[in-house]
Design a protein around this ligand. Structure first.
Ligand SMILES: [Zn+2]
Length: 421
């Protein structure tokens, strides 16, 4: 979130997180009561000495007008370290802020990430899991999510079991304490898939997360993550999605899925993502392959099949290429209109420790080329803003949009885009 001071307003608005809860109501009674008690019923009789001024009644907070626009930001996988035979090996040492270099690129009203690691109060010395790759983060490490302004994270992913029961129990609690919404928590009771609600300046945003990947047997006792095979995602999500659509301005579905280190999503993934958009999702926010894949426009929605890494020790030539996806929505008579989709290229650098920074020069070109090439295979074109190196998706202009994209938006893109499969 752009303004740190507003975080508390968001946290207060997040008191109701389940879809079935009634909409949060502003508490006007407090202000109204104070006014009634503080205001004298009639002016006091005048005496020679002026009566002491009654204590001014606090002004009731006026209901703010809904913001005309909302900007959301999304990044890929975040981990804080992994277990080796010698013990936990942190990515970020000491007090170094891992996201500081990305502060400007992360500016948005609400920002989201995939938190690919459970969070526990204190990391045990030895891994409680025997999986090949075992991650973890302490409460102190997760504080950097707050410092970077992240508002919500998906925790439905294959590493959520890496701290076993403590991770299931403590991750949602610690994130809630930090004021961060966690979507996709493991639950003992059905339904596993649920939407959380974020409220910001009159906007209601539903955020749900599911995974097709688990580093644990399916027959483990509860709690269970919201898991389904790719071809069964729609069946699990469609009902809650249609309900969320009716009670929210925007609906985001986070999916941990796909094949690691592949350039393109599978046919099944494309089919599932497009069906979710057609059922009402504004964004399918994908991750797990550890590389950036194409970002597609589909029937007014956006599909980011894999956002790649964001804070990750793998800084190889392709896994290091990443960025921040910004979606700006404008209020309109019906559903909000997607008025801008921007991608700020970033790169994971190794020095003094792996962390993301804006991609400039050669790495900026590599990120832009990758995004453009892989998105074109999906039938979507992006254009570069030569001034700052950001990428912009070709979109139809919103009717009555206050900040419609300038006409030069369509300059560099021809009509040769291949049809997506
Ligand atoms: Zn994963």
């Amino acid at each position: 979130m752009r303004h740190a001071g507003l975080r508390h307003g968001l946290a207060a608005a997040l008191g109701c997180l389940c879809l079935a809860c009634p909409a949060q109501e502003a508490p006007p009674t407090v202000g109204a009561k104070a006014e009634a008690e503080g205001e004298p019923a009639a002016a006091p009789a005048r005496e020679s000495e002026p009566a002491p001024e009654p204590a001014p009644a606090p002004e009731p907070e006026p209901e703010p007008a809904p913001a005309p626009e909302l900007e959301l930001a999304f990044v890929g996988d975040i981990i804080y370290g992994r277990y080796r035979d010698s013990g936990f090996d942190p990515i970020v040492e000491g007090e170094l802020p891992p996201f500081a270099a990305m502060a400007a690129a992360l500016e948005a009203d609400l920002s989201f990430a995939n938190l690919e690691t459970p969070v526990v109060e204190t990391l045990p010395e030895k891994s409680p899991s025997h999986a090949d790759y075992r991650f973890g983060a302490s409460r102190a490490m997760a504080q950097s999510l707050v410092d970077a302004g992240f508002d919500a994270v998906s925790i439905a992913n294959n590493h959520h079991n890496d701290q076993r029961e403590a991770g299931h129990r403590e991750t949602p609690q610690i994130l809630a304490d930090l004021g961060i919404v966690a979507a996709g928590a493991a639950r003992a009771e059905a339904p596993a898939f649920r939407f959380e609600t974020l409220e910001y300046q009159g906007w209601r945003v539903a955020f749900g997360a599911a995974t097709t990947k688990l580093n644990m047997p399916l027959d483990e006792p509860p709690p269970h993550l919201p898991w389904a095979k790719t071809e069964d995602l729609l069946a699990m999500i469609e009902g809650p999605l249609r309900e969320a659509r009716a009670s929210h301005d925007l609906v985001i579905v986070s999916l941990h899925w796909g094949q690691e280190y592949t350039d393109d999503p599978s046919v099944r993934q494309k089919r599932a993502a497009r069906a979710l958009v057609e059922a009402g999702a504004d964004l399918v926010f994908g991750h797990h392959p550890h590389v950036l894949q194409g970002i597609e426009s589909h029937e007014g929605g956006v599909i980011a099949y894999s956002m790649g890494n964001f804070l990750f020790e793998n800084a190889g030539p392709v896994p290091k290429l990443t960025g921040v996806l910004h979606l700006r929505y404008t209020r309109s008579a019906g559903r909000p209109c997607l008025s801008a989709a921007r991608f700020d290229p970033a790169v994971i650098t190794r020095k003094p420790y792996p962390h993301p920074e804006p991609a400039e020069g050669r790495s900026g070109t590599q990120v832009r080329d990758r995004l453009q090439t892989l998105s074109r295979r999906l039938g979507t074109a992006w254009r570069e803003n030569a001034d700052d190196g950001s990428m912009h998706m070709e979109l139809p202009q919103c009717a009555g949009a206050p900040h419609a994209e300038p006409a030069e938006a369509s300059e560099q893109v021809g009509g040769e885009d291949p049809q997506g499969e």
